[in-house]
Design a protein around this ligand. Structure first.
Ligand code: F6R
Length: 611
């Protein structure tokens, strides 16, 4: 939640900060602000709403100050947690003297106690935010050494933070520190940047340092020094990012979501290619030997949202094929259920961002209870990937739209490969490895066919765009898929939608079905078709319109549906990867026709780093 940026270099800071905030807007978009050092004064401009509203204000501030500002500054785009989105609560926040400016991503849990302490020392607060505490606290502790003051302040904070701090008395440096919220440093040529995420700095550099837990960086125009949590200077790992700038740009598409849906064949291909060597699946997992995989007696997949839905698909397949008790658990619930964890338990954390606080905390809980953890993560070097015992990266590239599409597909593919890999070791794979890999290699082409043939889904969306309630039903893997399809639709179109196991409707939900309700019935499990057809009749006889989603040669579905979406034939376990594509398009077009903010749905943010 929230995107932060900082720039120090030889160019005007304001336009660079604004452009970066626009890129980071997917992290939060209810208000934004920048603070730029102009001479010895911090010019702080903030605005409720999206970055464009801020841009207009910055333009007039720059005009008022003679046409230019300074070359060092920090910026923030907010997803409100403490205090409503407005000009005052937006960041940066200034200290009492106006000489220190702070941007923050995270939550300061002890902000009330710190506020009382600071009020006792004569600090008055103007905002309702937890972050303003940090600005005043640094000033309270400041005795002429900015690094020491930031470090001491950070030590007093409970909760999560990525902080960028600017001192007007130190025009040659920014100070950054982080705990449980992401922060990267972009190493440029005579300029350096701090940011919440890599795409924000790609226009300047592809050399990145990812700050570790409680590490602090002093960022100057021509040098960056990183200190570990004990304040010992360290040599940071520099990562070279091989995405180009266009992979984080819309590239002619109307929305990032549309672009990312269309990128799924490439994403799947790259992810499969990364883990096949000499015709065999090869994850090169340093922390997990073959003996361990033979010994595991239970599996938990912990994740949130769509990543959890990947877990639901995967655990059904794990139990069915590997015959290992397997359960997908919402990460935010994991510790409360007091899970049975031991050395024979495999805990898999699935996360696109690798920063989701609930998933991270669940994973830490598992580790603390003696269980080895494996993460499936998209973002290189992210906290979950760094803290898990081992990591399998999905190769989806940057995903910008808040609603995940291509990362979801990459996660599914990794899960299929992991199941096949464990299955081979335990003598119960999906199918012989060569056949399995052939089926996976055919997947990108089938995805491409669905993408090339997606225009009709816009017409279908046009017919149903004004429905009040839309239900998704399915059985087994199709139920897991229904969960994801329903989430996709509701998060971007704001239409109320729910997913049900098809057999469960008659236990209560059927009372909601009436004339005009739309039910989308996913029917890829051929062996379950007779039962699905009866469930479809239950809803259509009560007035529902029904869209069925089924493989090309499935008989009997046209007759009982208002519309039918057809999928290419494939191995059963791959159907979740195919069936989701038309569902993504349908959601996208419904949202488009309803005029919704597709890439940045209301109230949501891409990376959920709060509990
Ligand atoms: C929905 C969506 C979210 C995320 C969830 C977990 O489209 O994107 O439900 O799947 O917030 O995020 P990650 O995968 O970053 O842990």
């Amino acid at each position: 939640m929230c995107g932060i940026i900082g720039y120090i270099g030889s160019q005007q800071a304001a336009p660079i900060l604004l452009d970066a905030l626009q890129i980071l807007e997917y992290r939060g978009y209810d208000s934004a602000g920048i603070a730029v050092l102009h001479g010895s004064t911090i010019v702080n401009v903030k605005a409720k709403g999206k970055v464009n509203a801020l841009r207009a204000r910055v333009d007039s501030a720059v005009q008022g100050l003679g046409g230019s500002l300074g070359t060092m500054g920090i910026g923030h785009t907010r997803w409100a947690t403490h205090g409503k989105p407005d000009d005052i609560n937006s960041h940066p926040h200034l200290s009492r003297s106006g000489k220190i400016a702070v941007v923050h991503n995270g939550i300061i849990e002890n902000h009330t106690a710190l506020r009382l302490l600071l009020e006792g020392h004569g600090f008055n607060f103007v905002s309702e935010t937890d972050t303003e505490v940090v600005a005043h606290l640094i000033e309270y502790l400041y005795r002429g050494d900015p690094v020491k003051a930031v470090r001491e302040a950070a030590a007093m904070l409970d909760g999560s933070y990525a902080l960028g701090v600017l001192f007007s008395e130190y025009p040659d440096m920014l100070v950054a520190v982080k705990k449980d919220s992401p922060l990267i440093i972009g190493l440029g040529d005579n300029e350096n940047l701090i940011a919440s995420d890599i795409p924000a700095v790609l226009g300047h550099t592809r050399n990145i340092v990812r700050l570790g837990e409680e590490e602090l960086a002093v960022v100057k125009r021509d040098a960056v020094t990183v200190y570990d949590r004990y304040d010992t200077e360290m040599i940071p790992d520099v990562m070279h990012i091989d995405w180009d700038v266009t992979s984080a740009a819309k590239d002619g598409y109307e929305h990032f979501m549309l672009k990312e849906i269309a990128e799924q064949p490439k994403t799947v291909k790259n992810t499969v290619a990364a883990y096949v060597k000499d015709g065999h699946i090869d994850f090169s997992l340093a922390s997990f030997d073959e003996e361990y995989f033979r010994s595991i007696d239970k599996i938990y997949v912990i994740a949130c949202g769509s990543a959890y839905h990947v877990g639901v698909v995967a655990t059904q397949l794990m139990e069915q094929y590997l015959r290992i008790p397997s359960r997908a658990v919402l990460a935010s619930e994991f510790s409360y259920m007091d899970p049975i964890l031991d050395e024979k338990t495999l805990v898999i954390a699935v996360s696109q961002s690798g920063e989701t606080s609930d998933t991270l905390n669940a994973m830490r809980y598992a580790k603390a209870h003696g269980t080895r953890t494996l993460s499936v993560v998209n973002i290189l070097g992210s906290t979950i990937s760094a803290e898990s015992d081992d990591v399998i990266y999905t190769h989806a590239g940057p995903e910008i739209a808040v609603a995940t599409t291509k990362a979801y597909s990459a996660q599914l593919v990794v899960m299929y490969m992991l199941i096949e890999y464990i299955g081979i070791l335990r003598g119960c794979p999906f199918m012989p490895e060569d056949e399995f890999l052939n089926a996976l290699h055919e997947l990108p082409q089938k995805l491409q066919e669905l993408i090339d043939d997606s225009a009709y889904l816009r017409d279908l969306a046009g017919i149903y765009q004004n429905r009040k309630d839309i239900f998704f039903i399915g059985k087994n893997l199709d139920y897991a898929l229904s969960l994801e399809a329903s989430l996709k639709l509701k998060e971007i179109s704001y239409i109320h939608s729910e997913a049900y196991a098809a057999g469960e409707l008659k236990h209560g939900t059927l009372s909601l079905i009436q004339n005009g309700t739309l039910v989308i019935a996913i029917c890829t499990r051929k062996e379950l078709l007779p039962q699905m057809l009866s469930n479809i009749k239950e809803v259509s006889s009560r007035g529902a319109d029904v869209i069925t989603v089924a493989e090309e040669n499935t008989d009997g579905v046209e007759e009982c549906s208002t519309h039918c979406i057809r999928l290419p034939e494939s191995a059963d376990f791959l159907q979740p990867s195919l069936a989701i594509v038309p569902m993504q398009y349908f959601s996208y077009y419904v949202a488009l026709l309803r005029g919704c903010s597709i890439d940045q749905p209301r109230n949501l943010a891409k990376s959920v780093t709060v509990k």
